[in-house]
Design a protein around this ligand. Structure first.
Ligand SMILES: [Zn+2]
Ligand SMILES: [Zn+2]
Length: 228
């Protein structure tokens, strides 16, 4: 099977139908596990407004956090690509806010990452370094580097430890991204730092957008890593 396609399967849960990778090891690093639902009997009142549940005030579970709310506090239906739901799902206010921001990532920034940007990779301080097309692999798991002469090992998104965005003023004096330093763990588990600079030329803007998209991607993966 080529790395361009990830085989998917349909699975059913309490919350709805999901389309997930057939093999777990092919799952995108941007995905979240479904939370366990707070059991009905453990929840006598809405976890937002505190109103008691009764016959006509039913419980509704937020699909993202699994907590229990009344209808008014859990009335948003949104697509939830981080959990692979086929249809929009019910979300509490808090989760709806986060989800809206993340859906923006899936709708715009993910495409920027997949398209890639042109960067100069600095292997040492002295050399200017060769030029690479850096992009997210189609299965979203790795950052790959396509160069004309040399090669760089792909970096797993899950193995990025930190990103430092480098900025410099443009012609108008506004700060724009000029490069980044990526700290990551290599195949042996050793910490490495890769320095990438935006290459001058017509594709400069695209590379700057790529850096910002990577920053959003990293935050999303990192936040779910520290909260789990
Ligand atoms: Zn409520
Ligand atoms: Zn929620």
């Amino acid at each position: 099977m080529s790395s361009n396609t990830v085989e998917k399967k349909l699975v059913k849960s309490n919350s709805g139908l999901r389309m997930v990778a057939k093999n777990d090891f092919e799952s995108s690093p941007f995905l979240l596990d479904e939370p366990p639902w707070v059991p009905d009997e453990k929840c006598e009142q809405c976890m937002q407004c505190g109103n008691k549940f009764e016959l006509f005030k039913r419980r509704h579970h937020c699909r993202r956090c699994g907590r229990c709310f009344c209808k008014d506090c859990c009335d948003e239906l949104l697509p939830l690509p981080r959990m692979c739901f086929v249809d929009p799902v019910r979300l509490c206010r808090y989760c709806a806010n986060i989800t809206r921001k993340e859906n923006d990532f899936f709708e715009t920034h993910l495409k920027v990452l997949l398209d890639g940007g042109i960067f100069i990779i600095q292997e040492s301080k002295e050399s200017k370094g060769p030029i690479y097309l850096c992009k997210l692999s189609p299965d979203q798991r790795t950052i790959i580097f396509e160069g004309q002469v040399s090669t760089i090992d792909p970096i797993l998104v899950q193995h990025i430890e930190s990103l430092q965005i480098l900025a410099c003023p443009d012609a108008l004096g506004n700060n724009v991204a000029s490069g980044l330093a990526m700290k990551y763990r290599d195949k042996l588990g050793d910490i490495q730092v890769l320095k990438m600079s935006v290459a001058a030329g017509p594709e400069k803007k695209q590379a700057q957008n790529w850096i910002l998209a990577l920053q959003k991607a990293f935050r999303m993966v990192y936040e779910s890593r520290v909260s789990s």
